[in-house]
Ligand binder design. Sequence first.
Ligand SMILES: NC(=O)c1ccc[n+]([C@@H]2O[C@H](COP(=O)([O-])OP(=O)(O)OC[C@H]3O[C@@H](n4cnc5c(N)ncnc54)[C@H](OP(=O)(O)O)[C@@H]3O)[C@@H](O)[C@H]2O)c1
Length: 418
Amino acid sequence: MKLLVIGCGGVAQVAIKKCCQVDETFSEILIASRTVKKCEDLIAKIKDKTAASLSAAKVNADNKEELVALIDSFKPAAVLNVALPYQDLTIMDACLECGVHYIDTANYECEDTENPEWRKIYEKRVKEKGFTAYFDYSWQWAYNDKFKKAGLCALLGTGFDPGVTQVFCAYAQKHYFDTIETIDILDCNGGDHGYPFATNFNPEINLREVSANGSYWENGKWIETKPLEIKREYDFDGVGKKDMYLLHHEEIESLAKNIKGVKRIRFFMTFGQSYIQHMNCLGNVGMLSTAPVEFEGKEIVPIQFLKALLPDPATLGARTKGKTNIGCIFTGYKDGKKKTLYIYNICDHQECYREVGSQAISYTTGVPAMIGAMLVVKGIWNKAGVYNCEEFDPDPYMEALNKYGLPWVAVENPVLVD
Ligand SMILES: NC(=O)c1ccc[n+]([C@@H]2O[C@H](COP(=O)([O-])OP(=O)(O)OC[C@H]3O[C@@H](n4cnc5c(N)ncnc54)[C@H](OP(=O)(O)O)[C@@H]3O)[C@@H](O)[C@H]2O)c1
């Protein structure tokens, strides 16, 4: 089957290499991105290792007409969007126009948060929902009727978190609980790349997420915190003790809607002191701003300039050592008895590097992106409409995680987070 992959950064390169390992399903892959040279260089490196036929194209995914022309000429079964969240809506529009399925790993975010039209909708949403994050699912969920009518599937957020974490929730619900009361999603990166400061995926998206207010869902409403206000320590299997901080994260929104009866959902991510100090300092001097400033007669966006200075996440693989541990802790009831469970995956940065030449953050996102695309094109996870990962049968996905490099464990009676 034909797959069009959009983007050729850290996550895309892993997703493409994993698709090439599954060449009995993905027989033809077109890699299209803004910088076509990255696509060509990747193809030169991997073409002899796969039976899939690979080609490259240049596309500006902010431009629907360009996307439509590309999709129409290639006629893929699906489009895997591993560019940036800014492009989600134009790619979804193009998929609808061309009649192909859509898959991504991150929910829509508006690049220009000063845009007055976007701001009006954003401010209304902040009042209605009570969280101030720039991203939320309302934009993409609004496409549900259009995808339903077209008989097409849009699978949203099939990375690790969002993505696998929601499949863990659906699996816990299906096999372990009658009612899930609380979910704590814990994302621990115990890896060290040796730089004083670098981000493991796109710096702009990463720093916008971490420097924003935190929030969690409790008893039917959002509770917002100051950035990094809530801190806990947890002893992670395979990694050891780490400080972790409560963040707003997109899957909380869809899990609150889809896991019936859940009372509280929180998301924690680990950070070292050096990362936090650098981020705070950069924020204090205005380097995280997305608003353009004039510099020597030219407009520059501070956070984009910062991205140009920071190490490219796609190059961190060789130097990153250590492990990630990402998973979900559940509390709830089964057959009238209280029950607790922890489902998680441990991933080793250096093993990822040996297999696909990348660090574990790109790996833990790229593998699920491939799995989501594979389940959609094979018709195993394919319903007309717009769906999040917890809305499908988790079993084939959980099986694929074990098969394609992200084995998981389910442990009863874990240490809980207070
Ligand atoms: N769910 C998860 O667990 C998870 C975890 C990490 C990341 N993610 C998501 O994964 C996605 C990719 O992250 P990454 O770290 O791989 O980012 P990245 O390294 O910056 O790669 C982004 C790629 O998209 C291309 N691109 C950007 N704008 C484009 C446009 N207008 N038209 C065409 N191509 C464009 C870039 O082209 P250039 O090469 O020209 O820059 C680059 O190849 C992001 O959406 C991120 O939020 C999800």
